[in-house]
Design a binder for this molecule. Structure first.
Ligand code: FMN
Length: 362
């Protein structure tokens, strides 16, 4: 029987357990996206706290793709020495760390980037003039930016890469009919809407080879009108796997829709936990690479059931580790009470204020 503490591997990367720290913007990088001592310390605390794999916060691959303040960047070779210091510190603490690559697309912060906002499509009536629809040339340049960013990540010692294609950021905007209204080969049916993903994966493999795992964080559904559907998401997953993606982390929802679907609040009962569990069951039946589930998992008992019944292969959490970086060691020590995170999302506010993402619950 599979257990939470099996030793497993994805490609050459070995895991001491099945717990993953999902990508979480920490708001601890410097204003230009460079690694800081505070960010290194936060990663080391996670590694020492027993989590099997750390995924960095979304790291912008190009300066026009920055979403928030003090976000980690990977847009220049100049950032590599700091990133290297971070991976070395995590490895010295016994941890593993992969880098999440991202571009925020229409959710980039114009205030921070001082550049035009790139959108998959210019949506009539709602978009102002500072939003620019990407040309084919822009798309090709973006593919190159992802591949360069991946090369930097591997040069800096990361154990692999995760491509952020969830929550309404740029690659998720390509998949979503509500954002993607293009009429060229990158718009229309789901085959075309996922073309950029394939282009990026092929470009990354060409650059970094086949030794390191490439993961994708994918929305199971957007949960908005005319958004990505479960059926289409499954088709994307099939294509990704055929293109050599090594694992899928399943999330859902789009930011800035009022209800913060990817990070739901009020997770105060077992029934409200693992809120993409039904979609994960469908994925597990059809997709034959390791499935990582994120979204509201708080109880040790539930994590155990999810793994032992083979509903998922890995348990991923974000907010619980903001409050308790040592959660996994606590569970290992026998204190298996649920994560003390209250899921109120106040941590996001502290990040937006520039004081770092931290738990405000006493
Ligand atoms: C402060 C904060 C920062 C986040 N940053 C990222 C990010 O950089 N990349 C990403 O894919 N998801 C990000 N998320 C979403 C989480 O990774 C996760 O998908 C979501 O919060 C649900 O998991 P949880 O219930 O365990 O928190 C963030 C969430 C929070 C609360």
């Amino acid at each position: 029987m599979k257990t939470l503490f099996d030793q497993t591997t994805i490609k050459q990367l070995d895991f001491p357990n099945r717990f993953i720290r999902s990508a979480t913007w920490e708001g601890l990088a410097s204003t230009d996206g460079a690694v800081t001592p505070a960010l290194i310390e936060a990663m080391v605390q996670l590694a020492k706290g027993g989590v099997g794999l750390i995924i960095t916060g979304h790291s912008f691959v190009r300066t026009d793709g920055q979403a928030g303040p003090n976000q980690l960047g990977v847009y220049s070779d100049r950032l590599i020495p700091g990133l290297k210091e971070m991976t070395e510190a995590v490895h010295a603490a016994g941890g593993r760390i992969i880098m999440q690559l991202a571009h925020a697309g229409r959710f980039a912060s114009e205030q921070l980037t001082r550049q035009k906002v790139l959108a998959v499509s210019h949506v009539k009536d709602t978009d102002n003039t500072s939003v620019r629809e990407m040309t084919i040339e822009d798309i090709l340049e973006l593919v190159e930016a992802y591949s360069k960013a991946a090369e930097r990540a591997i040069a800096a010692g990361f154990d692999g890469i995760q491509i952020h294609s969830a929550h309404g950021y740029l690659l998720s905007q390509f998949l979503s009919p509500s954002f993607n209204q293009r009429h060229d080969e990158y718009g229309g049916d789901i085959y075309n809407r996922s073309k950029i993903h394939l282009d990026i994966i092929q470009a990354i493999r060409r650059t970094v080879g086949h030794d390191h795992p490439i993961l994708v964080k994918l929305n199971c559904q957007d949960f908005i009108e005319n958004g990505l559907s479960l059926d289409d998401s499954l088709q994307v997953a099939h294509r990704l796997v055929n293109a050599g993606v090594d694992a899928i982390e399943l999330s859902g929802g789009v930011i800035k829709t009022g209800r913060l679907e990817p990070s739901r609040t009020g997770i105060n009962s077992l029934e409200r936990e693992a809120y993409f569990r039904n979609e994960a069951r469908v994925f597990k039946r059809e997709i034959h690479v390791p499935l990582i589930l994120v979204g509201g998992i708080r109880s040790y008992e539930l994590a155990k059931v999810l793994v032992e019944t083979e509903e998922v292969d890995y348990i991923s959490m974000s907010r619980p580790f903001i409050k308790e970086p040592g959660l996994i060691n606590r569970w290992v020590s026998g204190d298996q009470g649920k994560a003390s995170c209250k899921s109120d999302n106040a941590c996001l506010e502290s990040g937006r204020k520039g004081t770092g993402v931290r738990c405000l619950v006493k």
